[in-house]
Design a protein around this ligand. Structure first.
Ligand code: HEC
Ligand code: HEC
Length: 210
């Protein structure tokens, strides 16, 4: 008797649980994405220069970055939530990815990869852009094709990105705080401060491919 009651109860739970899990998981995912968008803007179209635009980057690249934060290969910069229910409070990427499963990360990466990369409006200095273009062709174009504007390269999108974010992340590469591909490191390390600024100016002036 006891067995029958228990098995019926177990069966009922088994029949119900797939739906319950799916609905709960979908709700949790939506909530996480809302939180991302409080900082990165709707669809990842950030309007803050220290927070990168993430919409339109490849799913592969986004997935890799979320894992890099989770596994400690990338430092996390604390910023103020510019919007949303936590507006004015401090947050960072390490906190954001804590506890996310591989499946959740993959779904979030797919979501942002499907959004357009919305280029923010920034002024640029044409002389510096021209210098940066030369350096880019010599040292970076092999991997960052189309002026760093091709999501398909799986190397992020540099074209049209916020200057503040690019300055921050160049610094992290040059100080060794952020992991970088073996063949990119010598190219980054040999750049002078002026050359870095020119490269950044070049990327800011580009637009990613549709
Ligand atoms: C409190 C604000 C904040 C929240 C919330 C937030 N981010 Fe970020 N995110 C940042 C900042 C600032 C950076 C850049 C500095 C750094 O690397 O820490 C960044 C960087 C990133 C990058 C790296 C972009 C690149 O070009 O390499 C990705 C990808 C990213 N965030 C995705 C997300 C996702 C997905 C979520 C939600 C799970 C999220 N972020 C939530 C502030 C935030
Ligand atoms: C051998 C190929 C290669 C070369 C050469 C290379 N990169 Fe990269 N770069 C990559 C890859 C791959 C990534 C993505 C790394 C990751 O997944 O964390 C990347 C990432 C970046 C990022 C981060 C993008 C983001 O959204 O945060 C910047 C900035 C960057 N590279 C700049 C440069 C510059 C500037 C040069 C030339 C001086 C250069 N790279 C040369 C392959 C390369």
């Amino acid at each position: 008797m006891t067995w029958r009651i228990t098995s019926t109860a177990v069966l009922a739970i088994m029949l119900l649980s797939p739906d319950f899990t799916t609905a709960a998981a979908a709700g949790a995912l939506e909530q996480t994405i809302d939180d991302c968008e409080s900082c990165h803007g709707e669809g990842g179209a950030s309007s803050h220069e220290n927070i990168p635009v993430i919409g339109g980057m490849s799913s592969f690249y986004l997935d890799a970055q979320l894992h890099a934060y989770q596994d400690g290969y990338r430092p996390c910069v604390e910023v103020e939530y510019p919007a949303g229910p936590e507006q004015g409070e401090m947050g960072d990427m390490c906190e954001e990815v804590e506890g996310l499963s591989d499946q959740q990360i993959s779904a979030i990466a797919d979501y942002f990869a499907e959004q357009p990369f919305v280029v923010p409006d920034q002024e640029t200095n044409p002389d510096l852009v021209a210098q940066g273009e030369n350096l880019h062709q010599q040292h970076c174009a092999k991997c960052h094709s189309e002026g760093g504007g091709l999501a398909f390269d799986d190397a992020g999108i540099l074209a049209g990105q916020w200057r503040g974010y690019l300055e921050q992340t160049f610094e992290e590469y040059r100080t060794g705080e952020r992991w970088q591909p073996e063949k990119m490191a010598p190219k980054m390390e040999q750049l002078s401060d002026d050359e870095s600024s020119a490269l950044i100016e070049f990327y800011v002036a580009q637009e990613p491919l549709e």
